[in-house]
Design a protein around this ligand. Sequence first.
Ligand code: DGJ
Length: 381
Amino acid sequence: MKQGTWYKGITMLAVWLALTAVPLAAQDGSFKNGQLWPDTEGKHINAHGGNILRHVDTYYWYGEQRPDRGYTMDGGIAVYSSTDLRHWKNEGLALQLSAEPGSDIERGCIMERPKVVWNEKTQRFVMLFHLELKGKGYEAARVGFAVSEHATGPFRFIRSTRLHAGRWPFDMTEKDIEAAKQTNAAAWTKWWTPRWRREVQKGMYLWRDFEGGQMSRDMTVFVDDDGRAYHITSSQENLTLLVSELTDDFLDFTGKYNMVAPGGQNEAPCIFHRGEDYWLICSGCTGWDPNEARMFRSKSIWGPWTQLPSPFTGIATGYRDMPANKTFGAQGTFIFKNDTTYVFMADIWNPRHLSRSLHLWLPIHFTEKEVPVIPWTTETP
Ligand code: DGJ
């Protein structure tokens, strides 16, 4: 290589590094929003779209272990442990991809938004996750179930499925069911018109997928104070959320489910229950790009849900100055209750290098009327 070319190459590399580098947070445990978060080995925590579970005296952080390039999985679901929410030890893979060709979770599938919960009755850890089968993009739209006796796994994959084949939402009237049956998704070549949206609200995609089962993409799991668990997912082409009750062992659906905000196009559902209110904070659907969050309130897990303005306020100073109406550049993944504090956990996606997507944790504040407010802060709770 000529000296000039060599020099030019080094200069370009230096410029590229300066432009793309994100500072690594200090290893004293002081994570900062908008920076890389090192684990106890100094590597950025590669657990995305996941959740935190506190079990006995330890916190476990589960999430998508993303490859540096591409969207398909080459490892599985990661788990980290911590006793202080600051120092996270990489515990390896909680759920590994299968080496068996044809398995639902074979290498090349997509696993997203894993949520692990503790089942008091069976004394097992249960994981639900969004699964896309190998080679099918995002069309399979299934939910996967896995179980383990140990928080760090290994989790055993049980099965994946679509939802509620042959069942109507429990609260749909005969009249509503008849109206849904009159819709015909195949007839609509042009989406996003007011008439198309009305058909969606009538249950056009619910009816289209009635026999084969409902789609399930972005999802979360919520365990209520009485120990009942619910799966909340973005269904019907990401247009309508479904809330579904899980069986006592959390390994199946009871069959009871209903729709939230039909046609509202909500994904990345995050939920918590405080006092008399259930709160649902979702995003819109713009792929990996951030958008304005949506918030819903209800007195019951089964609704009715009322939409309120986004709870985010301020500007993410120090991190590309992302405003509140872009959820500070992030998309929610879970609301974690730590004693009396509620923490909104989100991913600042980096679609070119998903493993380097950043984490965002913001404490939820409440107004005098007990409505959530989430201001920007660099400091993590
Ligand atoms: C947004 C979702 O929330 C993510 O989990 C992922 O599925 C991306 N879309 C894919 O574009």
